[in-house]
Design a binder for this molecule. Structure first.
Ligand code: GRF
Length: 217
């Protein structure tokens, strides 16, 4: 396996998307290695999962702001990722908005997963926003990260149905399960260099899975 493609995973929470990625890599499905896992939350499950797999994992205090990193923290995140020589940064439940210096340091090399079919329902509790709005189809989106909130070019989306008896929790569980399928598929394509960007449009150079590689149901 070619493991020269190095991934840095950054998250604040449970780390189930990290686990899905690490499992896919361990199973030989993604030609890459996770070089480092970083979190702004000392007790985050994602750090424990990484340490359990002997992957370098580091807590970096986020500083004085609630929704973004302060300058010192931003420098520390950038320097940890540069020291790990990452080719791609995978945000997996990172609850802070990335700003200029971080984005510039890794331009075009940061991806995120969001629990809605963007551009609908950016921001917090997207599954609840979708349910409250009454949509019949929900899902998740993998996208490049830019200066907006959940706003960068869309790489792929996976849909799930919304049922009449859904609660926010049941819909969230269904979307989360879809995320664990979609994120590894996108990271495979990124690691293989099969994805390019033209303005807002993301082009999949060739399909590994089906004739329409970027919409999954
Ligand atoms: C996911 O629902 C993802 O869409 C959102 O944060 C959550 C992270 O979950 N950005 P986990 O920590 O990977 O379990």
């Amino acid at each position: 396996m070619n493991s020269s493609f190095r991934i840095g995973v950054v998250g604040s929470g449970k780390g189930s998307n990290f686990v899905a990625l690490a499992d896919a890599i361990a199973a030989g499905k993604i030609p890459a290695e996770i070089a480092v896992v970083l979190s702004d939350v000392e007790s985050a499950g994602i750090l424990a999962h990484a340490r359990g797999r002997k992957i370098p994992a580091q807590f970096i205090p986020p500083g004085k702001f609630r929704t973004k990193l302060d300058e010192e923290a931003e420098r520390a995140f950038v320097s940890a990722l540069q020291s790990a020589k990452v080719d791609l940064i995978v945000l997996a439940g990172f609850m802070r908005v990335l700003k200029g210096d971080f984005l510039r340091a890794f331009a075009g090399r940061i991806v995120n997963i969001h629990p809605s079919l963007l551009p609908s329902f950016p921001g917090l509790e997207a599954w609840k926003q979708a349910l409250d709005h009454g949509v019949k189809v929900a899902g998740c989106t993998v996208h490049f990260v830019d200066a907006g909130v959940d706003a960068g070019p869309i790489i792929a989306q996976q849909t799930v149905p919304v049922f009449e008896n859904d609660t926010p929790e049941s819909l969230h569980r269904r979307i989360h399960a879809a995320e664990h399928e979609l994120y590894p598929k996108c990271v495979v394509a990124l690691a293989r260099g099969e994805i390019s960007v033209a303005g807002r449009r993301v082009i999949w150079k060739k399909s590994q899975t089906c004739s329409n590689p970027y919409i999954f149901t």
